[in-house]
Design a protein. Structure first.
Length: 174
């Protein structure tokens, strides 16, 4: 016991204590290093051979390539969308049907005028004038909501009703 109280014994105890603390710190650092390597391997993949900076540069290149691809696809979609909108604008957007008795014979409103117009209010008016023995079909062009030729009151009514309705709705009135 006397050996522990003399200066050499105290120095030996202090050295042993420092060694135990160093051993504990080395174990803590080893555990942390093992966790960091596991986390790094999750980021870098199974090989783990490339360093983190090189891996980050590779990710940046991949993101840039993905961004370029998305931009390319978006540009093609815009072109296709513009073409589709152009075609849709030429489709029938406004329509209305007016039925009437062209000869005043109380024959049940067998005659009809049908207005078919696009989004720019251009199109046609089809009129079917029906009598007991005959039926005639007339077609007149409409530009900007007005007939190129003089429209009958029924044809004019069909155009007016078509333009007064919301796009896509159908009007079937006598």
């Amino acid at each position: 016991m006397a050996e522990l109280t003399d200066p050499a014994g105290i120095a030996a105890l202090a050295a042993g204590l420092v060694a135990v603390i160093a051993l504990i710190l080395a174990a803590v650092v080893a555990v942390r290093l093992r966790r960091m390597r596991a986390a790094q391997q999750a980021v870098l993949g199974a090989s783990g051979r490339e360093d983190l900076v090189r891996h980050a540069a590779g990710l940046q290149e991949a993101f840039q390539a993905l961004h370029d691809r998305v931009e390319e696809v978006a540009g093609r979609l815009e072109t296709r969308m513009a073409a589709a909108e152009e075609r849709i604008d030429g489709a029938i957007a406004y329509r209305a049907l007016v039925r009437y008795d062209a000869y005043g014979e109380l024959s049940g409103h067998q005659s009809a005028s049908l207005a078919l117009l696009d989004a720019e209010r251009n199109g046609v008016v089809l009129s079917s004038i029906t009598h007991r023995d005959t039926a005639r079909l007339y077609c007149k062009q409409v530009v900007d909501g007005r007939g190129e030729h003089l429209l009958s009151p029924e044809e004019d009514e069909a155009v007016r009703r078509a333009l007064a309705r919301q796009r896509g709705s159908v009007v079937l009135e006598d």
